[in-house]
Design a protein around this ligand. Sequence first.
Ligand code: A3P
Length: 327
Amino acid sequence: MDPKELPPNVRDDKISEETKKLISSLPSHTDSQGQKLCKYQGCWYYYNTLQGVLNFQSGFQPQDTDIILASYPKSGTTWLKALTVALLGRSKNHSSSNDHPLLYDNPHGIVPFLEIDVYHESSSPNLDNFSATPRLFSTHMPLHAMQETLKQSPCKIVYVCRNLKDTLFSTWLFACAIFKIEPTRSILDSMFKSLCNGTIFYGPFWDHLLSYWRGSFKDPKHVLFMRYEEMKAEPHEQIKRHADFLGCPFTKQEEESGVVDKILDLCSLRNLSSLEVNKTGKVNNVDHKNFFRKGEVGDSKNYLTTEMENKIDMIIQEKLQSSGLNF
Ligand code: A3P
């Protein structure tokens, strides 16, 4: 595949001389698709993504009202973005009308990633598009990668996590779709190995989860920990939790007039994936349609072998032991 067709953050063509020097001193690894990764501050990044992380760390100036949506890839990021846009958009009174931004752009176009989009090329990007408050950003960085930059900032972070088996399964199909390759068992096996030994993009998975899990206990006013499975099982309760945390709780009148249901419906996988913009558009060389698949809990069950499931259960048990977080 022509590297120019890859998502820019996966490549290694935007790194400065200084970053090259830094990379040469870091642990490195090549993934099953032949892309290079390195481990910086405990997290594995593709080289261009590392450049984005460094740009963010040196240049981002938080505003008190900023909101950052965080996740490990393939854990429900697109849904979280759509729900947050819809929640905040209520004040603009377009949650059900035809001018809603979600009808005309993919959630990833509306809420860009800090390290992948906004700070991808520069530590002082033009932020004119973020003149409205609150500014809404997203990230796949673990919390500890942002802590120094966000120090003393009261900005709010919403994290969504998903069970590791479905995350792995979703990652496999998504990666094969963007690399335009057949999703073979051997690719799944190789991703499984990387996931288990932690050497996967934004891994180790457990450190990612734990950084936000612990952060949400240490600072519950500023870090909210959500779970994909709970959002699916009890969407009304979870969206209210989300709205309360963001400081825009639903009023009784809104609840009675069905605003919660309208938002859930607007942001449903069924609705978003049926929109023209999500059937046809692209962001960062990724077809919008690839962000929407089945969105089911336990969908990995028929594809992962018993040994894979047992190993994942063992890892989760070992790594999350005594953290109070379980699956
Ligand atoms: P599956 O591959 O299991 O179907 P991310 O948004 O972090 O990339 O995660 C992608 C996963 O979220 C995919 O899971 C996708 O189908 C699911 N998803 C996307 N939009 C969703 C929505 N509006 N509601 C629920 N799940 C959604």
